[in-house]
Design a protein around this ligand. Structure first.
Ligand code: 5GP
Ligand code: ZN
Length: 112
């Protein structure tokens, strides 16, 4: 979708530190990291938010990708957090579906 920053990253039109790609998904470093490891996982096709994601296979694929990535990043044993912010009250600021993979420090609960 034109004007979407994550579509531009998926198309290689704006640079990002890509760490994994395949099966219609890409993972790259968040430009404003909130943990020692902070990666974003996106589908390469434009989907605005979880509310717009109608394909359960795609959603499962994103979670499986996050789990593989966590293992590759050696976060699996100590642990990590996967976050999916949806719409303004959920804290979503980029309206292209994405998971945050956060790790490398203990996470707090409840979230802010
Ligand atoms: P949200 O608040 O929508 O859940 O998360 C959006 C995330 O995207 C934020 O953590 C923000 O730092 C990150 N972000 C926004 N624009 C860019 C960009 O152009 N490049 C990268 N690498 N990250 C971005
Ligand atoms: Zn997009």
């Amino acid at each position: 979708m034109s004007g979407c920053v994550f579509c531009k990253i998926a198309a290689g039109e704006i640079p990002a530190q890509i760490v994994k790609q395949g099966n219609g998904m890409i993972a790259f470093a968040d430009m404003n990291p909130q943990a020692p490891t902070h990666l974003l996982i996106i589908p390469t096709i434009h989907i605005g938010s979880l509310n717009d994601a109608k394909d359960p296979q795609l959603l499962g694929g994103l979670l499986g990708f996050a789990r593989e990535l966590a293992k590759e990043q050696k976060l699996d044993t100590r642990g990590y957090r996967v976050v999916l912010n949806t719409n303004p009250d959920g804290g979503q600021t980029v309206f292209h579906l994405h998971l945050h993979l956060l790790g490398g420090r203990p996470m707090n609960w409840p979230p802010g």
